[in-house]
Ligand binder design. Structure first.
Ligand code: ADP
Length: 731
């Protein structure tokens, strides 16, 4: 049969198409596998299937070891041919397809050409599945044409002609026949010549060109003595017999049929032998197939585990890299952190420095502003007192108002700054809540009258008479809230309500409510107004605030551990409320009161020395002192003070702090060094808390902050002078 020729071709071609593959790092070399493959081919040639399969099985195992796809494909093909030959068609298909898979992988065209051709033979001639067979032949032809394998192309064309003619499709088969007729030289086997001639015979017979057909048949049969493969010859006899029968030469047809049968018998006997040898190994075939499959499975699982271990290695490397990266980042971060910490430290220092500078700046500015303001307020007062006729002057009252306004602004800024710097500590003073509120009410009565407002005070009777706490700060809070209420209410009512909320131990919690029925505050503004310098809904004519009042209130309440609640409706009024706990301790209270109750009234005429460099301030202070019938001398600086003190004795010294040449502290220190015990009171525009420590250590007895209430000054003067005189007398 035709297909055997082509299988044989495979063996011959093995060496030709085997690519020169370099040896791999293995005990078995490619050469060894090639040799084994060749041996397997040789055994197959001898129809020694057992040995052929053994050799190809071993070659296949090694080919897998070497991962050589070409040799794997080749050996699968040999195994396929073995099974094909032995009639185990399904197994043959199985191995051919494997061979084709690896041939595709290695992309060796010659191999693909052979294997598809073998598959075509198997389907067409053995399984009689003609269309599958033709499909594989066509594939084979396509591969062959890619590499211009002339002989393979010719044989496949021959196979295709035979296939189409076999199914009676002469039209489809004709182009292939024409091709071989034109390329006869490519067919080098005699068996192929027989086939070509009898196929031409068949064609012309079909075309009813009997003379031509007869010639071709006779040419085919003329080769009969010299061919080994009788298969094609037998077919030639059969087809010729059919032709003779068709043209009415029945006797000759019969003779040819006899010859056909003779050859077929011969072939049958041969195949019987083959079958016998097949029977000998048939039992082993199934086992063999399993064995071959196992080889591949093993390789696959080896490859998989290799892949797995590769993945593990890659993962390991990856994790190591990540760890390394993390460590490097960590080290860098530590470095950065250190750097960052240093930067933070620097930033902190800068911030602290800035904060100190800010405090210093505010304190200096306050001082510088307070000093001239002291003069302005003092002189305005003097003018009003000395020239009673000017009391109605609008200019003068405007001047007084402006000076007071500026003064309150400076004080407010200073206070906010102090609270923000955490420099404010609440004091414990005894007070009566009604008295405090009365003082506030009285001092704001002018404002109430101005806007035609009534102030109603309602104090819970359950509140003890005396409480202990920072009454000055409470006064400040109430002052701000009540004055706002009075400012933003016209022809209305302002209520100050204090109720006892609860008692916890010695602490009495007081509810404060400051309520008005004035303009109210829009909801959008209610949060804003507690910020610094915020004023809303203010008309120019009402210009009486700094926008710091509520901000101070909020911060002061914070010191009390309290917070403010605001309820307001535009046009309906506003109410502010908060709770403050005050201590109530009768024993403590009595002690504090006893200490305060000192008789400060005196009709004596005292001699006061004023040390002051600012001429206006000299004038103002001197006027205040002399107004109280005290004798007073003024010197411009510390040295002058020391000089005068050597000669004259004074009852008290009022000492300015900020002076050129020698400041107030230094002057006082030197006075004390001279053993002069005269009380020294610092009269300064500095904030009291700022200088207390330095003043005391310099030997000063008290501090009065300018501008001051004259009454307050005389209270202190009287107290200190009386004390020093009694000490002197005692001494
Ligand atoms: P100022 O010192 O200018 O009064 P505040 O901080 O005390 O500043 O108040 C801020 C703003 O809050 C005021 O300009 C005003 O618009 C509003 N405000 C405060 N209290 C009242 C009130 N009782 N009624 C209406 N508006 C008020």
């Amino acid at each position: 049969m035709l297909q055997y020729k082509f299988c044989f071709l495979v063996f011959v071609c093995l060496h030709l198409f085997c690519p020169d593959l370099s040896a791999q790092n293995s005990a078995v070399t490619i050469e060894t596998v090639k040799n084994l493959t060749q041996q397997s081919c040789d055994y197959l040639d001898e129809t020694n299937y057992e040995k052929s399969l053994k050799k190809s099985g071993l070659a296949l195992k090694y080919a897998f070891d070497l991962k050589n796809d070409t040799l794997i494909a080749r050996n699968y093909n040999i195994i396929g041919i073995n099974f094909h030959d032995l009639g185990e068609l399904d197994k043959a298909v199985f191995f051919y397809k494997k061979a084709l898979f690896y041939a595709e992988k290695s992309n060796i065209v010659s191999l693909k050409t052979m294997i598809t051709s073998n598959l075509g033979n198997l389907y067409f001639f053995e399984k009689k599945m003609y269309s599958e067979g033709i499909t594989y032949y066509k594939q084979s032809l396509k591969f062959g044409q890619q590499q211009k394998y002339q002989k393979e192309i010719a044989i496949t064309n021959l196979n295709l002609v035979w296939s189409y003619f076999k199914i009676g499709n002469f039209k489809e088969g004709l182009p292939y026949l024409q091709y071989i007729n034109e390329h006869q030289n490519d067919l080098k086997g005699k068996s192929d010549d027989i086939a070509l001639n009898f196929l031409n015979g068949m064609y012309w017979s079909h075309q009813n060109e009997n003379r031509k057909a007869d010639q071709y048949f006779l040419k085919a049969l003329s080769q009969n003595k010299s061919v080994d493969d009788k298969q094609d010859l037998s077919y030639a006899y059969l087809e010729y017999s059919k032709f003779l029968d068709k043209i009415g030469k029945h006797e000759q047809a019969y003779d040819n049929l006899v010859l056909y049968n003779k050859i077929t018998d011969e072939l049958f006997n041969k195949s019987k032998l083959k079958k016998a040898s097949k029977a000998g190994i048939s039992l082993e075939l199934a086992e063999y197939k399993r064995h071959i499959e196992k080889i591949e499975n093993e390789k696959t699982s080896q490859t998989q585990s290799l892949k797995k271990s590769r993945i593990i290695v890659i993962l390991f490397i990856l994790i190591s890299f990540i760890l390394l990266f993390l460590i490097v980042t960590l080290i860098k971060n530590i470095g950065l952190k250190k750097k960052h910490n240093l930067e933070l430290l620097e930033a902190k220092e800068i911030a602290e420095e800035a904060s100190t500078l800010k405090t210093q700046f505010i304190s200096t500015i306050s001082h510088e502003l307070r000093t001239p303001l002291y003069g302005v307020v003092g002189i305005t007062n003097m003018l009003l007192e000395e020239h009673k006729e000017l009391s109605q002057s609008q200019h003068l009252s405007a001047l007084k108002f402006s000076a007071r306004y500026l003064l309150s602004l400076v004080n407010d800024i200073l206070q906010i700054n102090k609270i923000e710097e955490n420099k404010v500590v609440l004091e414990s003073l005894t007070f009566n809540i009604s008295d405090e509120i009365t003082v506030i009410r009285n001092s704001l009565s002018f404002l109430a009258q101005k806007n035609n407002n009534k102030i109603n005070v309602d104090i819970d009777e359950a509140i003890p008479e005396y409480l202990i706490g920072d009454k000055l700060r409470l006064g400040q809070i109430l002052m701000n809230l009540v004055s706002n209420a009075l400012k933003f209410t016209k022809d209305g009512e302002v209520e100050i309500i204090v109720k006892l909320n609860k008692i916890e131990g010695s602490f009495h919690y007081l509810d404060f409510l400051i309520k008005d029925n004035g303009v109210g505050i829009a909801a959008v503004d209610q949060n804003k107004i507690f910020e610094k310098f915020v004023q809303v809904g203010r008309k120019d004519e009402d210009y009486q605030g700094t926008g710091l009042g509520l901000s101070i209130v909020k911060r002061l309440l914070g010191l009390f551990g309290s917070s403010i609640t605001l309820e307001s409706d535009l046009g309906a009024g506003t109410s502010f409320s908060f709770v403050i706990p005050f201590e109530h301790d009768p024993l403590k209270t009595r002690k504090i009161i006893e200490n305060i109750e000192v008789d400060l009234t005196s009709n004596d005429i005292y001699k006061i020395l004023i040390v002051e460099d600012n001429l206006i301030n000299q004038l103002v202070t001197k006027k205040i002192i002399e107004k109280n019938n005290f004798i007073c001398k003024v010197v411009d600086d510390g040295f002058a003070a020391l000089k005068i003190l050597e000669k004259e004795e004074f009852d008290l010294i009022l000492m300015d702090i900020n002076m050129p040449l020698m400041n107030g502290f230094e002057t006082t220190k030197r006075i004390r060094l001279l053993e002069i015990k005269t009380p020294v009171v610092a009269l300064t525009a500095f904030d009291k808390d700022e200088i207390t420590h330095e003043a005391v250590s310099a030997g000063m007895n008290d501090i009065i902050v300018k501008p001051f209430e004259p009454v307050k000054l005389f209270k202190i003067l009287n107290y200190l002078i009386t004390e020093s005189k009694s000490a002197k007398n005692a001494g």
